[in-house]
Design a protein around this ligand. Structure first.
Ligand code: CAA
Ligand code: NAI
Length: 246
């Protein structure tokens, strides 16, 4: 019970890494606000975790839309009276070579992966400042740290997450808030399954562990950074990628 009675908001919680993190956090005693814009899957997955004994609630939110984020944060505070942990995990890809990437697809990824992280963090921080503590964890990516063919937009946002994390760690440390990022490598979720097989195989051969990661590999990294065990870690990016980034 490493998160007993903590209140956590996890974005992108209907699928993949966010769903697995919701399960792990609930098992560790947290009350979890599962945030996603996919209401159908989100409701089903929240019901599944409740059946497993978790204290979770689903909120339909588009993180790119500030009003939707503000309404969710207000509702979470009304329901649980505090917010201890924010996991900025929601993210999308719209891959394309630079020569073919449309401005719309460039902007769409910025809106969710970068502006969405800003919206959620800015909305939650006053509540953390008021209680003198909090943990903010945002999801970067190996693509943001070393670049990736076909991901101009995505890599820009994931590098941006690292920059915002360091800035917020400096601004908010004195308020008792730890701000960190996790940079996953290639993890077996729908996002990676959408990649061409040939490129996945090519990618696997460059991973020292020679396999893709599992969603729980990232869930446990989020858990560590959200728990009291990491209280002196601030402004760091934890690489969970089987050794791609060295
Ligand atoms: N790494 C290395 N080479 C790549 C590559 C990659 N990630 N993606 C494409 N290439 C290569 C292709 O093999 C191809 O090489 P050849 O000309 O020698 O055959 C060349 O680039 C052009 O690729 P396509 O013919 O596929 O070009 P396209 O215009 O039809 O499609 C694309 C471009 C949409 C980017 C497609 O190649 C693609 O989906 N690539 C995968 C991009 C990728 O890695 N996305 C990661 C998604 S998972 C994720 O984002 C999670 C995370 O954080 C890691
Ligand atoms: P996924 O596609 O399986 O799940 C993402 C979830 O985010 C979905 O449920 C989707 O509905 C939700 N979402 C998307 N846009 C949203 C929005 N505007 N508002 C609210 N919810 C929204 O993806 P996955 O793999 O679980 O990725 C989670 C995070 O991890 C993303 O930020 C991704 O960029 C990052 N990541 C994933 C890697 C991987 O290999 N799977 C590697 C590195 C980073």
């Amino acid at each position: 019970m490493r998160l007993k009675d903590k209140v956590a908001i996890i974005t992108g919680a209907a699928n993949g890494l966010g769903f697995e993190a919701s399960r792990i956090f609930a098992q560790e005693g947290a009350k979890v606000a599962m945030v996603d814009y996919d209401a159908k899957t989100g409701e089903e997955r929240a019901a599944q975790l409740k059946e497993e004994g978790g204290d979770v609630a689903f909120f339909q939110v588009n993180v790119a839309d500030r009003d939707s984020v503000d309404a969710m944060v207000e509702e979470v505070v009304k329901r649980y009276s505090k917010i201890d942990i924010l996991i900025n995990n929601a993210g999308i890809t719209r891959d394309g070579m630079l020569t073919k990437l449309s401005v719309e697809n460039f902007q769409a990824v910025i809106n969710v992966n970068l502006t969405g992280v800003f919206h959620c963090t800015q909305a939650v921080v006053p509540h953390m400042i008021a209680q003198g503590k909090g943990k903010i964890i945002s999801t970067s990516s190996v693509s943001g740290v070393y670049g990736n063919v076909g991901q101009t937009n995505y890599a820009a946002t994931k590098a941006g997450v690292v920059g915002m994390t360091k800035t917020w760690a400096k601004e908010l440390g004195r308020k008792g808030i730890n701000v960190n990022a996790v940079a996953p490598g290639f993890i077996e979720t729908d996002m990676v399954k959408a990649m061409p097989d040939k490129i996945i195989d090519q990618m696997k051969s460059t991973i020292p562990l020679q396999r893709l990661g599992q969603p729980s590999d990232i869930g446990y990294a989020y858990l560590y950074l959200a728990s009291d065990e990491s209280n002196y870690i601030n402004g760091t990016t934890l690489h969970v990628d089987g050794g791609i980034m060295m």
